[in-house]
Ligand binder design. Structure first.
Ligand code: HEM
Length: 488
């Protein structure tokens, strides 16, 4: 009763308010069940901007992508890091960066993100290429790796597609960022690390939803095992560590108030950031191509043209190296990857209002916002808007290419959109690893398309998106699908 009596009342000019009747949770259950449908329904009823009470927070959703540029201008009043600094430490197990105990750490961490971008990408791409070749050739193309003899001879092999993408991308990304036990050597316990990571990742939506870790069975012990992997004395023995991770280790070393376990937890958080979305994104990129063989062939043709290679390039040939410059020329592949990201990404962009103020939405409209309220963008509704993308449910590998160039003009209500694809977030909190991520997915596709024939196993259902992590990034498939591959 106290909750009902104390409920917020909508003030003059504020967006429509949807509170529900369940104390604290408000509309949380409806939102979790199917966020996309929930938001679309409310947009139809209440218009482009409305406030929903969800799990103790008032969240104002901005549903019209034409308003996004205006929202992104509010760097000072709409803060991202306050929210991230509440959620990430509780999820990954390190003390809050912005707590005042670690002066300048936040700025130093932000500066380290530059090492994932610009000129630094050339070296990262080179290492990633070598590591992809190492893992793929040893495990799947006849070498002697984790999976024994891999593919031998000319026959078809089968496997789970997600499992395949996971094992290759997880390890190659790990080696590229964190380094290896010795040059060109693999860590012997990668499969165990991956296994623990998957267990933790299954609980990730609950942890981000602020469910205490002690309520989640083995998760705390699993997280401790994962964190121990990155203790400074272990990491010191690895060679070829990327400048990005090396710089972060240096920054963490400056703070006596951090224990070795805290430092390791920071490194573990980056492991999650670097593979948690990349692995499912790689899965969808490959899945859609294999399902649509004409798309796969078109992307492969482009690859042969750019690399000036003959038709077939089996792994018995010297290993293929695709340079960063060549990767940038693969526009059709870029379009195919971006199209799969459009279909599979469901990240919510969150900002916290630092004061009461009037939020300008576009040239005509503004909305009063209260201090502490959350402003949320939910780009999945834009990605699936038929006015912006014809047949939005359909995978069209060449959607983002026109006349041999990247297509960048997409419209809503007759106006050109500044933002039409947002799998990597927006504005000040945009993913710093986005260029590296796209590169590594493209590199993975390059090697597979050059080395292997790929088909789906017949007679199985299509892969479905698992909505349980809607709002948190790239959605996983509800279950794995089987594919067949053989050396070309
Ligand atoms: C943050 C998506 C790959 C490092 C984010 C955010 C999103 C995202 C949506 C939050 C942005 C926001 O809330 O506005 C993705 C996707 C990826 C990917 C879809 C792959 C397809 C990577 C990779 C790395 C990385 C490979 C590192 C090598 C980070 C970091 C942050 C972040 C460090 C936090 C940034 C901050 O605290 O300011 N990513 N990411 N991500 N991502 Fe990525």
């Amino acid at each position: 009763l106290a909750w009902l009596l104390g409920r917020r009342r909508r003030r003059e000019g504020e967006p429509p308010l949807i509170q529900g009747w369940i104390p604290y949770l408000g509309k949380a259950l409806d939102f979790r069940l199917d966020s996309q449908a929930f938001l679309k329904n409310n947009q139809e009823k209440y218009g482009d901007v409305f406030t929903v009470y969800i799990a103790g927070k008032y969240m104002t959703f901005i549903m019209n992508p034409l308003m996004y540029p205006s929202i992104m201008k509010y760097g000072r009043q709409l803060d991202f890091h306050e929210f991230a600094d509440q959620v990430a430490p509780a999820t990954f197990g390190y003390p809050a960066v912005g707590s005042g105990r670690f002066p300048e750490m936040s700025d130093q961490i932000q500066r380290s993100f530059r090492l994932l971008q610009g000129e630094n990408l050339v070296l990262l791409a080179e290492c990633m290429m070598a590591n992809l070749n190492l893992v793929l050739r040893q495990d799947f193309l006849g070498g002697e790796g984790e999976r024994g003899a891999g593919v031998v001879g000319t026959g078809w092999s089968t496997g789970g597609l997600y499992d395949f993408c996971n094992s290759v991308m997880f390890e190659a990304t790990f080696l590229t960022l964190y380094g290896m036990p010795a040059p060109a050597r693999r860590h012997s316990d990668m499969a165990t690390l991956r296994h623990h990571f998957t267990k933790f990742d299954d609980m990730f939506p609950l942890l981000v939803g602020r469910i205490p870790i002690w309520l989640l069975g083995q998760t705390k012990a699993v997280r401790e095992t994962l964190i121990r992997y990155f203790l400074p004395q272990r990491m010191m023995c690895w060679s070829n560590t990327s400048q990005f991770i090396a710089r972060r280790a240096e920054v963490l070393e400056q703070y006596d108030t951090l224990s070795d376990t805290d430092k390791a937890a920071h490194h573990f958080a980056i492991l999650w950031a670097s593979v948690g979305n990349t692995v499912p994104a790689t899965f969808w990129a490959l899945y859609y191509l294999i399902n649509q063989q004409d798309a796969l062939q078109a992307v492969r043709n482009e690859l042969h043209q750019v690399l000036k290679l003959p038709e077939a390039q089996g792994p018995q040939q010297p290993e293929v190296i695709v340079s960063k410059e060549q990767l940038d020329q693969l526009l059709l592949m870029d379009s195919a990857v971006n199209e799969s990201l459009r279909l599979s990404s469901a990240s919510m962009n969150i900002r916290v209002a630092q004061e009461d103020f009037s939020l300008r939405l576009d040239e005509k409209r503004s909305a009063p916002v209260r201090k502490g309220d959350v402003i949320a963008l939910y780009p999945q509704t834009m990605h699936m808007d038929p006015e912006i993308f014809t047949d939005p449910e359909t995978y069209k590998y060449d959607r983002f290419i026109e006349g041999g160039r990247e297509k960048t003009d997409f419209f809503k209500h007759g106006q050109r959109l500044k933002y039409y694809r947002m799998p990597f977030g927006s504005g000040s909190s945009m993913c710093p690893g986005r260029f590296f991520a796209i590169n590594e997915i493209k590199q993975f596709l390059c090697l597979l398309l050059l080395y292997l024939d790929l088909e789906m196993e017949q007679g199985q259902e299509k892969a479905q998106l698992d909505n349980s992590r809607a709002g948190l990034g790239i959605l996983l498939p509800t279950k794995d699908v089987r594919f067949c591959y053989r050396i070309r």
